[in-house]
Design a protein around this ligand. Structure first.
Ligand code: PGA
Length: 301
């Protein structure tokens, strides 16, 4: 069974939002206060709104993040914004390597890696996005693409505290399409295996978000999938009702999962105690129990 990680629901407003959107954000803040404290909530507005929203969010359950940054601290880079500037304005997370940046601005994996390091230099956490296009999926290259993106975009210094991985199939972004839960399970399991292989201890605790057409109606189902530790939400994060609907579905799902895990582990301990009593044998670390840990499928490699 995978370790239970705290769920993160992150809203990515992309190039949307004016000061006139602040009341919508205030509605999110009001609704978030009523949610059980089981999920971490984050909204990443455009840079122009980071300071105003960080001010409003102070002391609330919603953290503020930003989208993209330059790799340098400062300098002659007209129109760019550094991670330090975004952190100074109130951002605690910065999204880097989103497929829209990779496609529209030609950002390479190496550039994304430098940006993640810039985010850390400024004292924030990086959300690094990876994902395959429709053509790559159709060609059966999904896992190869993800392996390459992850190995080249994630810096060696990555840890569970400074990094969140977001799997966002490009074909699912803004299209209303989502992979099946079985596909998501396979891919998130694959990503988990890769990060654990590279960072044996930290990789188990790194949060892996799913992104691409997450809505209130599919959030609980997606969050129930193994190794899905939250969501990166685009369009549906712009409206308080939708964003809070997703957060509520995830909070419910994560509460349910915790209760379920508690029951399973209690039953397991009971069973182990009984068998220990009977045969003097099965406890934590016992090879028979360790073998139960599911390995994730890799058929399409
Ligand atoms: P979407 O976008 O939820 O609108 O599909 C997700 C994203 O690109 O982060």
């Amino acid at each position: 069974m995978t370790e239970s990680l705290r769920v993160l629901i992150a809203g990515n407003w992309k190039m949307n939002g004016l000061r006139a959107s602040l009341p919508e954000f205030e509605a999110m803040l009001a609704g978030a206060a009523a949610l059980a404290a089981r999920v971490d909530l984050l909204v990443c507005p455009p840079a122009t709104l980071v300071a105003a929203m960080a001010e409003k969010a102070r002391g609330s359950r919603i953290a503020i993040g930003a989208q993209d940054c330059h790799v340098q601290v400062s300098g002659a880079h007209t129109g760019d914004i550094s991670a330090e500037m975004l952190v100074d304005a109130g951002a605690g997370f910065i999204i880097v390597g989103h497929s829209e940046r990779r496609a529209d601005h030609g950002e390479s994996d190496a550039r994304v890696r430098q940006k993640a390091q810039a985010v850390w230099r400024a004292g924030a956490r990086a959300i690094v996005c990876v994902g395959e296009t429709q053509a790559q999926r159709d060609a059966g290259q999904t896992l190869d693409i993800l392996r390459a993106q992850l190995s080249l975009s994630l810096p060696d210094e990555s840890s569970a505290d400074n990094l969140v991985v977001a799997y966002e199939p490009v074909w699912a972004i803004g299209t209303g399409l989502t992979p099946t839960p079985k596909d998501v399970e396979q891919i998130h399991g694959f990503i988990r295996d890769l990060v654990v292989a590279r960072w044996p201890a930290e990789g188990k605790r790194m949060r892996i978000l799913y992104g691409g057409s997450v809505k209130p109606s599919n959030a609980a189902e997606l969050m129930a999938v193994a190794n899905v530790n939250g969501a990166l939400v685009g369009g549906a994060s712009l409206k308080a009702a939708d964003f809070l609907g997703i957060c509520a579905a995830c909070a419910w799902q994560s509460g349910f999962a915790q209760v379920l895990m508690f029951c399973v582990s209690a039953l397991w301990r009971l069973g182990a105690g009984v068998s220990q009593g009977w045969r003097g044998g099965y406890g934590v670390g016992n090879p028979r129990i360790d073998r139960v840990t599911p390995r994730h499928l890799r058929q399409d490699r």
